[in-house]
Write a protein that binds this ligand. Structure first.
Ligand code: PLP
Length: 358
């Protein structure tokens, strides 16, 4: 048997709406994008949704809309995908790399507080692997030090904490619809916010700085979502709940069958939260790379997200010490969790892991 990490779930309906949209001749941002934004509010629970062409654009446009720029510092985790820090750097601001909580893989509020300086303008947290960050603590810090709070929710469509969804806690949330995410539009992204000024600024910035054609108010980008992407997204939105449920069911199976296996730590779910398991990530105490390749020999694909702390990538090359991040890049191993994974594949994964570790 072979078990892969799973790709996008593209069904007949996604193919049909793509055909229909292409045939209509309406390709650039229009009615479908507006409809997608309206419908996505049921996921983000925010007053506004602004669709863009990628998760990175959502972060970038959101930051620009919030007025982040040169001279500002934004605290970000180093244990994340580079897009989080890239978007900060692209505004001219400085990403300040912070450590994470070992059990939850998300920003460590205690370390965040140590990093706050007079130049700090914002905290940008990442709900990594579909797990909510410690939003109560981060919100308290943001309030105390008068900072913006932003959420990189690229892996957390439908996640929630105390019943409040990802993307509705901070000044804005940024979602990605890249093919491997919990739902896809091909490429795409979205800014969620309940702040009307931020929403308006985002709508302008994604479209050359204009709300009405040829009445450009500010200098802006072309980061618009296409109508085809929005049409696919509208279908995927109707399937998101089921996608997430099957991820969570797959996680439950792993919790039941992998507990007590020595040499690994299973992921932990933050109390009072819904974890949507974009990834199911083990911490392998020793020999992660060897276990990764032995599982591959047995037919089980696993992923290492992420092998290098972002602050150590050539793009940033900083020499600061973030011990938890460092350790996690050496121990993390994500196992197949995608909705397309069958029960017999899950059983096969568990058997292979037991065989390799014992
Ligand atoms: C995928 C991802 C992004 C970027 O999204 P794109 O749509 O690929 O630009 C940003 N942050 C995190 C944590 C991601 O996983």
């Amino acid at each position: 048997m072979k078990v892969g990490l799973g790709g996008p779930n593209i069904g007949l309906r996604e193919k049909l709406v793509t055909w229909k949209q292409l045939s209509s001749g309406q390709l650039a941002q229009g009615k479908k994008v507006a409809e997608f934004e309206e419908r996505f509010k049921s996921v983000s629970s925010t007053d506004f949704c602004v669709a863009v062409n990628s998760g990175t654009s959502a972060l970038h446009v959101g930051l620009l809309a919030a007025g982040i720029g040169p001279g500002d510092e934004v605290i970000v985790p180093s244990f994340t995908f580079a897009a989080t820090a890239n978007s900060v750097a692209l505004t001219g601001a400085t990403p300040i790399f912070c450590d994470v909580e070992q059990d939850f893989f998300t920003l460590d509020p205690l370390h965040v507080e140590e990093l706050i300086t007079p130049r700090t303008k914002a905290i940008m947290t990442v709900h990594l692997y579909g797990q909510m960050s410690d939003m109560a603590a981060l919100q308290a810090l943001a309030k105390k030090h008068n900072l913006h709070l932003f959420e990189d929710a690229a892996q957390a469509h439908g996640a929630s904490l105390e019943g409040k969804p990802a993307g509705s806690w901070g000044d804005f949330g940024a979602f990605s619809f890249y093919p491997t995410k919990n739902m896809t539009t091909g490429e795409g992204g979205l800014i969620s916010t309940s702040n009307p000024k931020l929403a308006r600024a985002s709508q302008m910035l994604r479209n050359q700085g204009m709300l009405q054609r040829y009445k450009n108010e500010v200098v802006g980008l072309n980061n618009r979502m296409t109508e085809v992407a929005a049409a696919i997204g509208l279908v995927q939105l109707t399937r998101l709940k089921k996608f997430n449920e099957s991820r969570m069911n797959n996680a439950d199976f792993y919790f039941q069958t992998l507990s007590g296996v020595s040499g690994i730590q299973l992921p932990q779910v933050r109390p009072n939260s819904t974890h949507v398991f974009h990834q199911f990530t083990l911490q392998v105490h020793e020999g992660r790379d060897l276990i990764h390749s032995r599982l591959a020999e047995l037919g089980v694909d696993t992923g290492v997200y992420y092998p290098t702390p972002v602050h150590q990538l050539p793009a940033f090359s900083q020499t600061i010490d973030l011990p938890v991040t460092q350790r996690l890049t050496e121990t993390c191993l994500s196992i197949p969790i995608a909705p397309s994974t069958t029960k017999s594949q899950l059983k096969f994964v568990v058997k292979a892991i037991r065989q390799v570790l014992e």
